[in-house]
Write a protein that binds this ligand. Structure first.
Ligand SMILES: [Zn+2]
Ligand SMILES: [Zn+2]
Length: 293
């Protein structure tokens, strides 16, 4: 399995409509192991559709507990378990993740207990190694260092950007959901890839017009998310090698396409740029590396 980044869900927000992309989830495949960031609806089937064995899942990180990032965590872990997971799977999430997982296990108590007793499966609980993290060092191993930076996503307090330094390989930073946040530029300094959330201002107005909410919805989006041009500013200040936009708002409005996103970034980012779409694969080999910008 070659090293790669797989965009599984690229839509901002939890709604799913006919033809729309899926809420947020991204897989990093490094050294044959799968590390997942966020678990929006559809992530289990998307991993399989991308050719990734659920039993190859080693780590799951949650940036925050909004449903478009966490809704399918329990079903994913359960399905990995019934699909042959036999090694511990590490889950890293902010405060509240233990409550989610404990409640899911309780909700599924009948099925989990039955499968252990009737099918001789290892207890699911014993396979999940949960860590609730906060800002700073999250994980340090010979292969991977992960650090977290509290970002700006009101009213959520426990919301983080995550940096993955794969030793001797690539550095990949996820903005998480955040309003423009200058400290993220230092945090992402020199990374090979920055995945940043993004809104398209004209598309945002179309959403406000379609769903109503007026100034209040507009103010919420502005206070807790970033416009595409602002993501470009952060990427330029950080000197990253490649900017990937995901958590797109809007993601399912046919009136807005890739050209609109590229145009929105024309003033702030001149380097390699990918506008995310579900199923897109970005190789992490040398050929993908450090074009600068
Ligand atoms: Zn979100
Ligand atoms: Zn959010």
């Amino acid at each position: 399995m070659s090293d790669r980044l797989v965009l599984l869900g690229t839509k901002g927000g939890p709604a799913v409509r006919p033809g729309s992309p899926l809420p947020t989830a991204t897989a990093m495949v490094v050294g044959g192991q799968v590390t997942l960031v966020d678990c929006g609806a559809g992530v289990t089937v998307s991993l399989a559709a991308a050719g990734l064995e659920l039993s190859a899942l080693r780590r799951v990180f949650l940036t925050h507990l909004h449903s478009d990032h966490v809704l399918e965590l329990g079903p994913l872990l359960h399905t990995a378990w019934t699909s042959g997971l036999s090694r511990p799977l590490a889950v890293f999430g902010p405060a509240g993740t233990a409550h989610y997982l404990g409640s899911f296990m309780e909700m599924m108590r009948f099925d989990i207990k039955t499968r252990i007793e009737d099918e001789g499966r290892l207890p699911l609980r014993d396979l999940i190694m949960l860590t609730e993290y906060s800002q700073g060092e999250v994980l340090t191993s010979a292969q991977l260092c992960v650090t977290a930076l509290a970002n700006r996503h009101p009213p959520v307090k426990e919301s983080y950007a995550l940096r993955f330094d794969w030793q001797g390989r690539k550095s990949i930073v996820f903005s998480g959901d955040t309003a423009p946040f200058p400290p993220l530029a230092d945090f992402a300094q020199g990374a090979d890839i920055l995945l940043h959330e993004a809104m398209l201002p004209a598309g945002m107005e179309a959403i406000v017009a379609r769903v109503g909410g007026g100034e209040r919805l507009r103010a919420h989006l502005r206070a807790s998310h970033s416009e595409a041009a602002q993501a470009g500013e952060i990427a330029a200040a950080a000197g990253v090698g490649h900017l990937v936009l995901h958590h797109l708002i809007p993601a399912d409005d046919p009136a807005f396409g890739e050209e609109d996103w590229r145009a929105a970034l024309a003033e702030t980012w001149a380097g390699p740029l990918t506008i995310g779409r579900d199923g897109l694969v970005i190789p992490l080999g040398e050929e993908a590396g450090g074009a600068g910008g």
